[in-house]
Write a protein that binds this ligand. Structure first.
Ligand code: SF4
Ligand code: SF4
Length: 419
């Protein structure tokens, strides 16, 4: 982190804020068939794309408000690669330091065809020639056939295996992005485990297989998206998705007890792989989500969606506190007054969207220190499990170079996490 960024971060905390993050949904068009997502190509609705002018204005406004992170998401962002590259450059020139985007991997199909390497080199070089910091590739299963059939992208795993060294040589270290789903544990519809110990064990094995698989594929970084099955509009839920990367499909629908068990399984599995691959997922967050689900105190930290984090929807170009609070339309991002979101905010823990929940949890104790120092110190002193995990996460993030996807992992620093 540069001195200017440290200064900005400290200034934010002084104002009871954390570094801002803006997710810009460039398009809701997609060419994949994921059962866990309402934007799959088989869904019949009119697809939208944000105009580049809207995106530019939003980037300028984000830079002006001191935001540090922008994610360009979809749909599938790489369907419009030239525009994506232009917008990443624009965000970099505007002074945004943390820029992310990702893909379902469709460009990696056809790796047995002539010209694959040169096509991937062109894409990797084009991305490497921008200030992009992190680039994710979705992986849904450790079994290639299962992943490819879920995504509807045959041959994509072989292609990713061949493409990763090309990306690394260009100076981009992609992250494997797992969307947690029932196939991970080898469940099949109608034959799901109900016995808690067996369910927990199945998911421990599933996460183990996933980490081994992505290490073998050549990834140097990995992340997990927690299950996003939330009720849709008109169901009486407080949530109303504007971001359709959610579904009511069984494959991502977990009961409260199942989520508790699978978060526990992930919490237990991560330490075994921290020395082999840089793992974003903070264990603090998993502990907090588990406690939230089992209604244990102390509470998880509330989400910063609508306070420091925002989502811009491809269909309307409007801003929302996140992709799931569609009832709270905040209008154009450039008109958003930095102090106004606080009025629109509430302590929200209604979903497990890791993009917002993980950083909210990690920064939570820092904000507690700023706002209620005595209680914060008391909590850190008494809640030893939480404090230990939080300090471990912070140390691990440092050892991972704060997940700089433009740098190879520092194997010496990671090795100290070997079990
Ligand atoms: S999860 Fe991503 S790749 Fe899959 S259908 Fe949705 S937008 Fe497309
Ligand atoms: S927890 Fe965060 S991401 Fe989820 S609905 Fe609330 S504000 Fe949105």
């Amino acid at each position: 982190m540069t001195e200017a960024l440290w200064f900005q971060t400290i200034r934010n905390i002084w104002r009871s804020r954390i570094p801002g993050q803006l997710i810009i949904q460039m398009t809701d068009a997609c060419n994949a068939r994921c059962p866990q997502c309402g934007m799959r190509v088989t869904e019949d609705f009119k697809r939208s794309r944000l105009s580049l002018d809207t995106i530019r204005r939003s980037i300028d406004a984000a830079a002006e408000k001191g935001f540090q992170a922008i994610s360009f998401t979809g749909g599938e962002p790489l369907l419009f690669l030239d525009d994506l590259i232009e917008m990443i450059r624009y965000a970099g020139h505007a002074g945004i330091p943390y820029i992310r985007t990702g893909t379902n991997g469709f460009v990696f199909m056809g790796s047995d065809k002539k010209g694959f390497n040169s096509r991937i080199e062109r894409i990797a070089h084009a991305l490497a020639d921008t200030p992009i910091r992190n680039f994710w590739i979705s992986i849904d299963s450790a079994v290639p056939e299962v992943h490819e059939s879920m995504r509807g992208l045959p041959g994509v795993i072989d292609g990713i295996h061949k493409a990763l060294p090309i990306f690394h040589a260009s100076g981009i270290y992609p992250s494997a992005n797992l969307g947690i789903n029932r196939n991970l544990a080898g469940e099949v519809a109608g034959n799901q485990r109900t016995e808690p110990d067996a369910f927990h064990q199945d998911y421990r094995s599933g996460f183990n297989r996933f980490y081994r698989f992505v290490c073998d594929l050549g990834f140097t970084m990995a992340n997990c998206c927690y299950p996003m099955s939330i009720p849709g509009r008109g169901t009486g839920s407080g949530l109303s998705p504007v971001y359709a990367a959610t579904a009511t499909d069984d494959i991502v629908n977990f009961s409260r007890i199942e989520k508790t068990l699978l978060y526990r399984a992930l919490l237990e599995t991560i330490p075994y792989y921290r020395s082999r691959i840089r793992i974003f997922t903070p264990r603090t967050s998993l502990l907090a989500l588990t406690r939230q689900l089992t209604r244990q105190m102390p509470e998880s930290h509330p989400c910063r969606g609508g306070i420091d984090f925002f989502f811009i929807d491809a269909k309307t170009g409007h801003t929302y506190p996140c992709g799931y609070r569609g009832h709270t339309d905040l209008g154009g991002f450039e008109e958003l007054n930095p102090s106004q979101p606080l009025k629109n905010s509430r302590d929200c823990r209604e979903c497990d969207w890791e993009c917002f929940r993980d950083p909210s949890e990690l920064m939570g104790p820092v904000l507690d220190m700023r706002n209620h120092p005595v209680q914060a110190i008391k909590r850190l002193a008494t809640d030893r499990t939480y404090t230990r995990l939080w300090l471990e996460d912070l140390r691990y993030y440092q050892a991972c170079g704060v997940f700089d996807g433009r740098k190879a992992p520092d194997q010496n620093r990671l090795r100290q996490y070997a079990l």
